[in-house]
Design a protein around this ligand. Structure first.
Ligand code: NAP
Ligand code: MG
Length: 469
């Protein structure tokens, strides 16, 4: 049983101003796995005051000073990586291979990337007679979701630290454990008091107090569209910068010259990874209409091959994060059936043999792009396959979405894949499985504003100053 009752403020573990706790549920067992404290606006005031004091010195540190801290964090992170992975498994139900593997690896990757970028970053540029300086924006509020907890905290904290900002992290109530360990890591690395602060609690309380705070300079948020909209409104009165990473309904276009069976199987398996709880998941799989039967067989076979079970066992997929997410996903599957979409694998209810825990059947429908299940983000292991007539039709369908976060193209002609990618209105497109920690990541349309990852992620936390003459 975990008990994390203190917050990390001004370099110390402190009690909440007003004691209040909530139990955390393990989604694989539905049993209580621990308790956290819920903070208040008074705790936010303390943390913001500490971050403001620390900014006066941290904002003026040299690149070398900040590199020293980031490298010290790196060695503490490496020592505790399995512990972080196990926390992710317990809080959000990722299989242990994924939790200790990619979840923790993404955090480590963003840390390493922040170090690489910081070594090269030009904080001053001369343009004619004008000196352009990039300066840290100040005190930042970082508000994160539960679906990739290490990724989403690390992709904010390390560029913010590297840029010279100070910060207050508000982790998700559903996945609070890994953030607590990360705060211990940052403390043990010798990060100066007040530079990093962490308060657990409700988004409507802590998130709101950060968004409306007079002395917070920017908010970086990852999560749902309605909360992103609310934060922008709450931040408007103080003219804060707001970075938003929201949802997606990303298209995966399999071109006619691709190895259909392999690519469809890969896309289907990819969709089920992390129980489908990935904002950039390729949740609309676009295949040539002339090869639909082949694609259906490949997708159904790949879906039926996904093993589901205990995150601490040897299964490809664990539960979804909570009862509420389970119910939302079940409603979408029912909606797909009601809309007349063709169910080719999975369906309603838990997988056979699992009667406890928030386990969902990996599910695939064939449908068209006008259905609710093709238009709304389900955030679960539910894939829709959509046939297209020709490449222009595929591009049209891909772009016919309120979202624009990710995209995928599979094909054997690299030039054609890039031509298609150029026409997709979305922030990041992976061709034949590429991956790059330095590639900017963020949304077009309702998928958000701003870019994280790599050098572009630094700009979220930097102001621009012109010194003319
Ligand atoms: P969410 O409700 O948007 O929550 C994300 C974070 O914002 C949490 O820390 C949450 O706190 C906080 N929050 C809630 N209300 C707030 C407010 N009024 N002001 C400031 N912060 C607030 O997302 P979720 O519940 O984690 O997931 C729900 C949906 O969001 C998913 O179904 C999915 O569609 C989308 N999502 C997208 C991404 C992405 O990466 N783009 C990631 C996760 C989820 P609490 O701890 O109180 O919840
Ligand atoms: Mg929520």
């Amino acid at each position: 049983m975990r008990e994390y009752l203190k917050f990390y403020i001004d370099g110390k573990w402190v009690d909440p101003t007003t004691p209040k706790t909530v139990e955390v549920i393990n989604p694989a067992t539905e049993a209580v796995s621990g308790t956290i404290s819920l903070g208040s606006a008074a705790d936010v005031d303390k943390a913001v005051a500490a971050a403001r004091r620390a900014f006066a010195t941290w904002g003026e540190t040299s690149v070398k000073d900040r590199l020293d801290i980031l490298q010290a964090i790196q060695s503490e992170y490496a020592k505790r990586s399995d512990e972080l992975g196990d926390a992710v498994v317990e809080e959000m139900g990722a299989p242990v291979s994924l939790g200790r593997g990619f979840h923790v690896g993404l955090g480590a990757g963003h840390l390493q990337t922040a170090i690489e970028v910081l070594k090269e970053f030009q904080f001053e540029q001369q343009r004619g007679a004008t000196l352009i300086r990039y300066e840290p924006i100040g005190v930042c509020g970082l508000i994160t979701p539960w679906n990739w907890p290490m990724n989403q905290t690390c992709v904010k904290i390390f560029p913010a630290l590297a840029s010279g900002c100070t910060m207050i992290l508000k982790p998700p109530q559903l996945a609070p454990y890994s953030a607590q360990i990360l705060a211990e890591i940052i403390h043990d690395a010798g990060t100066p008091a007040g530079v990093f602060n962490m308060i657990q609690g409700q988004g409507s309380v802590i998130g709101n107090a950060l968004s409306t705070h007079q002395d917070v300079d920017m908010i970086s948020f990852t999560g749902s569209e309605p909360v992103g909209v609310q934060i922008q409104k709450d931040a408007a009165d103080t003219v804060k910068r707001v970075g938003l990473e929201l949802g997606g309904k990303s298209a995966w276009i399999v071109l006619d010259d691709a190895d259909m069976a392999n690519n469809v199987a890969g896309a289907t398996g990819g969709m089920m990874g992390n129980s489908g709880q990935t904002c950039s998941a390729g949740s609309r799989l676009l295949v040539p209409a002339s090869r639909l039967e082949e694609a259906i067989k490949a997708s159904a076979d790949a879906c039926n091959a996904v093993s589901v079970g205990d995150p601490n066992g040897n299964f490809a997929m664990g539960p979804v994060v909570s009862k509420s997410q389970f119910n939302i996903i079940q409603d979408y599957i029912q909606k797909g059936l009601d809309e007349g979409a063709q169910l080719i694998a999975g369906g309603l209810g838990r997988p056979e043999g699992l009667d406890k825990g928030w386990y969902v059947k990996p599910t695939v429908f064939v449908t068209n792009n006008d259905t609710v299940i093709a238009r709304e983000e389900i955030f679960g292991p539910v894939l829709v396959v959509i046939p297209y007539n020709d490449v222009d039709d595929a591009i049209r369908i891909a772009n016919d979405s309120n979202f624009g976060l990710g995209g995928y193209v599979s094909g054997s002609d690299a030039d054609e894949c890039r031509r298609v990618a150029r026409k997709m209105r979305t922030g990041a497109i992976w061709i034949n499985g590429g991956f790059d920690f330095h590639a900017p990541f963020g949304g077009y349309k309702r998928s958000g504003n701003g870019r994280e990852w790599g050098e572009y992620g630094f700009h979220e936390y930097l102001e621009i100053k012109s010194i003319i003459g």
